[in-house]
Every structure is written in C-alpha cells, then in structure tokens.
Design a protein around this ligand. Structure first.
Ligand code: FPP
Length: 273
C-alpha cells in the first residue's frame, strides 16, 4: 500500500504518539545500506541511490531531533569502501562536500552539532576544510549531535587505541593495571560519546560490517529489508517502537516473578552436590 504525503504525516504523528517518551534512545546508530541496489533495481546508476540516500538522511535527522533523540551516528564511508570503483569513491567524496556546503546553514539553524568520525587524512583539502568549518560552526549546538563516520573502521579504531595505550604503558605514563574499559574508551575516536542503545541497519544484511565494534557491545539491533533510499520517518519510528519493546538485560536476567521458587530450586541443587 502506498501512502500519500498527508497519510504519511498522519501515520508519523500516530506512531510518534505511541512512543514512550521516557524510553527514547539517546543514541541511535545507522548503517545506511542499499543505495546501490535501489538504483540498480530501477535501472539507474548507483550514484542516484546515494543522492536519494542524502534526502532520506535529512528526514531522519529531523525526526530524530523531533522525538528528542540526542545523538545520531551514521556510517557514510567505511575503510573498506575504498575498494569500490574509483568513480564511485570520487562521487561519494564530492557528495559529502556538496551536501555539507548546501546543508550546513540549515543544520546550524536547527541547532545540530556535526562531528566527523574517522581518519580524514586521505580526503581532499577542500573537504577537510569544509569538515573543520562545519564542526567549529556547530560545536555549541544542543538539539542533536550528528556523527558522520567516514573512512571509519571499528577494527582500525580498536587497533589505534591499543597502540596508544601500549605507547603510554611502555613510556611509564600508565601501568598495565590502569587499563580498564574507561581508559580504553578514552582512546577511541568516539571518546566522550555514549554507546548507542540502538543500531538500525537497512537492506536486510545481518552483519555489523566493521561499524562501532566496541561501542555496539550491548546495543539493540534492528534490521529492516527496506533499502536506505526507501527508508522513511515511519520506518524509523517503527524501529524506535521495536526498541522500546525490548527487554535490555546487559547479560543479567529479567526480574523474577517467582523469586522464592528460584531460590529454593538453586539451594536444592547445591544440597545435592
Ligand atoms: C551504502 O549503500 C551506502 C554508502 C556506502 C554511502 C552512504 C552515503 C550516503 C547516504 C550519503 C551521506 C551523505 C553525507 C553528507 C553524510 P551501498 O552503496 O553499499 O548499497 P548496496 O549495498 O546496495 O551496493
């Protein structure tokens, strides 16, 4: 069933009203997958999928802000994406710059803070400059932080952190016994950013593809078959609603409805040992 715009808006409002405002995830991470397949299915060049992907991202930024989600982290270019044909790589790099130039003022007006995560070294100077300007212009914005992961890889990030810690240990700055999760976190590119409560992946692939490997340890994962260019605010709200139905146990157990029965069962087991 295809919905027209006003039907879509109504469904948005309905779904937004159904959300538990006490349980909006503070941080949502997204693997925006399926741009190429979307375009190919339509007989179009893959670049059309990336262009459409940008307009979807704009809508998802808006709705995230509206439901008071505080951090949105998107995977825009992985360390492995360099293996794509150079024409596609160049297109994506140009697209990042073009989109930033076009959208930065509106994002700033909406009080969105932009942060790029990844190794920016191989990118053209003009893009690096644009990134720097965007980050400094928006650094005090409060409504939503948009983290854009480019030339980012989770394994590379962990290796870099491990190297930094090894250097600090061998120079005597820290002791091996000082190494704990907090210290390790502080060496990651995401230092200071809380872990995502929810990871959304579009296009049905069931893998994390080197994205936020450390940070996703206890994130809830929502996978939809919808390709990123077809992803909508409604789909996003569905993901949030699904997240709200999850019972997050972080390796513990649900609170027991029959605690005394459990107690006596476990103590009878230990008596029989
Ligand atoms: C994955 O689809 C998508 C990408 C590698 C690029 C995502 C980039 C955007 C949506 C543009 C974002 C722009 C800014 C400024 C952040 P795919 O190409 O891997 O699709 P496929 O799996 O169907 O081939």
């Amino acid at each position: 069933m295809r919905l027209n715009n006003s039907q879509k808006q109504k469904e948005n409002i309905n779904l937004s009203n159904e959300l538990d405002i006490e349980r909006i995830p503070e941080h949502v991470a997204i693997i925006m997958d399926g741009n190429g397949r979307w375009a190919t299915k339509k007989g179009l060049p893959r670049s059309f999928g990336h262009n459409k992907g940008v307009s979807v991202l704009k809508k998802i930024i808006k709705i995230s802000k509206n439901i008071t989600c505080k951090i949105l982290t998107v995977y825009a270019f992985s360390t492995e994406n360099w293996t794509r044909p150079s024409k596609e790589v160049d297109f994506l790099i140009n697209l990042f710059e073009k989109v930033l130039k076009k959208e930065i003022n509106e994002l700033h007006q909406e009080s969105i803070k932009i942060k790029f995560i990844g190794d920016l070294t191989p990118f053209p100077e003009s893009l690096k400059l644009m990134i720097n300007n965007s980050e400094s212009l928006t650094k005090n914005n409060k409504n939503l932080t948009l983290n854009i992961c480019v030339n980012y890889g989770g394994r590379q990030e962990i290796l870099k952190a491990a190297k930094e810690i090894a250097i600090k240990t061998s120079s005597g700055k820290i002791e091996p016994s000082d190494i704990d999760e907090k210290l390790f976190n502080s060496e990651l590119l995401t230092n200071g950013i809380k872990d995502p409560e929810l990871l959304i992946r579009t296009s049905g692939e069931k893998r994390v593809s080197n994205f936020l490997l450390w940070q996703l340890a206890y994130s809830e994962i929502y996978i939809t078959d919808v390709l990123w260019p077809d992803f909508t605010e409604i789909e996003f709200l569905k993901a949030i609603k699904d997240y709200q139905s999850r019972n997050r146990r972080f390796g513990g157990i649900e609170s027991l409805s029959n605690e005394s029965f459990e107690d006596s069962y476990f103590s009878s087991l230990s008596k029989n040992d």
